[in-house]
Design a protein around this ligand. Structure first.
Ligand SMILES: [Zn+2]
Length: 243
């Protein structure tokens, strides 16, 4: 195959490879964005369920305190009734002491309960805010995810279409040349073939010697830029095509 046609094929291949690379990058970006979104949603769901658990355990504490308070109340009523019945002075004193201690215990329980109730109120407000946050993000996500899924689908189809076209084109190219091109494409950030019209490599902007440029224009063999090792393509028909 003449060098000119081989290079034209390589340039067409590179065009597809660059399109594919761009689509893949878009795909990656979109996937990353969706993943990031899911992670944010997960974090919010976790904090909501953590708050719910905390609330539950604190509510258990509240019930326990209320149970103990009502027990203490019953004991206290019992003591007061006993106090009216007994006449023995020592027993009266002992019971009064018991009542005094019971009052202290009650006060402690009441103050503990108050603290728990206040904490419960705070937690409930926190939970409500967290649930609203979660709902807002879920709504946002629902609306956008349908659009993103569609975009992902379209991109994946584009990639598939380009890949098929690329494979068909690649099959017609000499295997050694193809391998060399692919290596350069990988190493040189997706630019392996550079079209030039002047003795300057547009890949790395190095000036090419007049002798080198004359040989290149002759098109007897495939030449690489001496500096960046990209494949140089002097396009004979350039003047005639739409740029
Ligand atoms: Zn170069």
């Amino acid at each position: 195959m003449p060098v000119e046609s081989a290079l034209a094929q390589l340039a067409a291949l590179q065009n597809l490879d660059r399109q594919m690379r761009e689509k893949m990058e878009q795909l990656e970006t979109l996937r990353a964005r969706l993943n990031e979104w899911r992670a944010r949603l997960d974090t919010r769901r976790q904090s909501v369920s953590a708050l719910r658990e905390e609330l539950q355990s604190l509510d258990g504490k509240r019930r326990e305190l209320e149970r103990r308070l009502s027990e203490e109340d019953a004991k206290m009523r019992d003591r007061r009734m006993r106090l009216q019945r007994i006449r023995n002075e020592r027993e009266v004193q002992a019971l009064q002491r018991e009542i005094e201690l019971g009052k202290q215990a009650n006060q402690q329980l009441e103050s503990d309960l108050l603290q728990v109730l206040e904490a419960l109120e705070q937690l409930q407000a926190q939970l409500k805010a967290a649930e609203e946050d979660q709902k807002a993000l879920e709504n946002e996500f629902r609306e956008d995810s349908a659009r993103h899924e569609k975009e992902l689908d379209e991109l994946a189809q584009d990639v598939e279409r380009i890949r098929r076209e690329r494979d068909r084109l690649a099959a017609a190219i000499d295997a050694n040349l193809l391998r060399r091109y692919e290596q350069i494409f990988e190493r040189r950030e997706g630019l392996a073939v550079v079209e030039i019209q002047e003795p300057i490599c547009t890949g790395c902007h190095m000036n090419l010697s007049p002798q080198f440029f004359i040989e290149l224009q002759r098109g007897d063999e495939i030449r690489l830029c001496p500096n960046c090792h990209r494949i140089l393509y002097f396009r004979v028909d350039r003047g005639g095509r739409d740029a």
